[in-house]
Write a protein that binds this ligand. Structure first.
Ligand SMILES: Cc1cc2nc3c(=O)[nH]c(=O)nc-3n(C[C@H](O)[C@H](O)[C@H](O)COP(=O)(O)OP(=O)(O)OC[C@H]3O[C@@H](n4cnc5c(N)ncnc54)[C@H](O)[C@@H]3O)c2cc1C
Length: 294
């Protein structure tokens, strides 16, 4: 299924993001997680990619296995940084051969230990390449940043670059994690002002490990509200309490976003089921009520 066709009909989208497992133990965990999350009938699942190609085979194999085992719509992420055009085209061709119709087109961050190959300065270059060589075969998703991407001079300029990706042929966008909805509301206002009206799927990151999320948030520039950070830091060595605070917070955040009216949730699972399950159980009347999603 093409995600853009599903979204075009005004359907609410629910998706889960996984990373490709490193070993057999990780693979068992991923499939157990998927088995538990299937009851929510995800619109699609996505598999991350290591910028520079560090997970090239693992991402491909995970995508293929999930597609074959579950007959789910699977969207591989693909970063173009540190790849040349030929490599990217080869990867896309192998996805086309196994019937993949959706790609999350990203620039990625140049790994220190990988050579710069220069073909792709920004994600828009990848979007253009996909369009040039594959026409309408792939429905293309891209990343967007309600707080602005860290390298961007301003949020407005970052949104202009998002617009370039959409004008080049991207069909929808998925947000970076954010923990303060006011950033998303302001972002949506700016999108409307700039005439951007593609579906925006909200990336939801449940906080289950404060130290880890703090690191992720620092890396991608997501603000953790002070009162939430304070509550979490007070219990940071008590995993069960962190989990409860983090999941309750995500539920409230998602409820507010549903009331506002969003196109879908893309849950960053980190290959674990429990937090996503708790959130979706709590939201099920709002998301799964008749006429709302199916
Ligand atoms: C939903 C989601 C999934 C992700 N999955 C992965 C993954 O699987 N693997 C991974 O390595 N990373 C992943 N990332 C992280 C992403 O690769 C990084 O955030 C990266 O720094 C930017 O990628 P991008 O595709 O947004 O880049 P771009 O859209 O190219 O933007 C990068 C920066 O360049 C600026 N820019 C864009 N075009 C221009 C231009 N023409 N002139 C000047 N400046 C410009 C933008 O404003 C921005 O500041 C993901 C991010 C999100 C939100």
């Amino acid at each position: 299924m093409k995600i853009c066709d599903y979204l075009r009909e005004g359907n609410f989208s629910l998706s889960f993001e996984f990373f490709p497992p490193k070993d057999e133990k990780g693979k068992i965990q991923l499939f157990q997680t998927l088995d538990r999350l299937l009851k929510f009938s995800p619109t699609f699942v996505s598999i991350t990619y290591g910028a520079g190609g560090s997970t090239r085979d693992r991402t491909f194999n995970t995508v293929k296995e999930i597609k074959e085992k579950y007959n789910l719509t699977v969207m591989p992420h693909l970063t173009c940084v540190a790849h040349d055009k030929k490599e990217v085209l080869e990867i896309l061709e192998t996805y086309k051969e196994i019937g993949i119709e959706n790609i999350l087109a990203l620039r990625g961050d140049q790994p220190k230990d990988a050579p710069k190959k220069g073909f792709c300065k920004y994600a828009v270059d990848l979007v253009r390449l996909i369009k040039e060589y594959f026409g309408k075969h792939f429905c293309i998703g891209v990343a967007c940043y309600p707080e602005g991407h860290q390298e961007a001079k301003s949020l407005e300029e970052d949104i202009d670059h998002l617009k370039e990706k959409l004008e080049a042929g991207a069909d929808f966008a998925i947000t970076q994690m954010f923990f303060d909805n006011s950033y998303f509301f302001r972002f949506k206002e700016l999108l409307i002002k700039k005439g951007i009206n593609v579906p925006i799927l909200v990336g939801v990151m449940p906080i289950t490990n404060f130290k880890q999320i703090k690191k992720f948030a620092d890396m991608c520039g997501a603000t953790i509200p002070l009162d939430l950070a304070k509550k979490l830091s007070e219990v940071q060595d008590k995993p069960e309490e962190v989990f409860k605070i983090g999941v309750d917070y995500a539920i409230k955040q998602c409820e507010e976003l549903l009331d506002f009216g969003v196109d879908g949730f893309h849950i960053y699972t980190l290959n674990k089921a429990e937090a996503a399950e708790n959130i979706l159980e709590a939201l099920k009347d709002k998301i799964f009520s008749p006429g709302k999603r199916f």
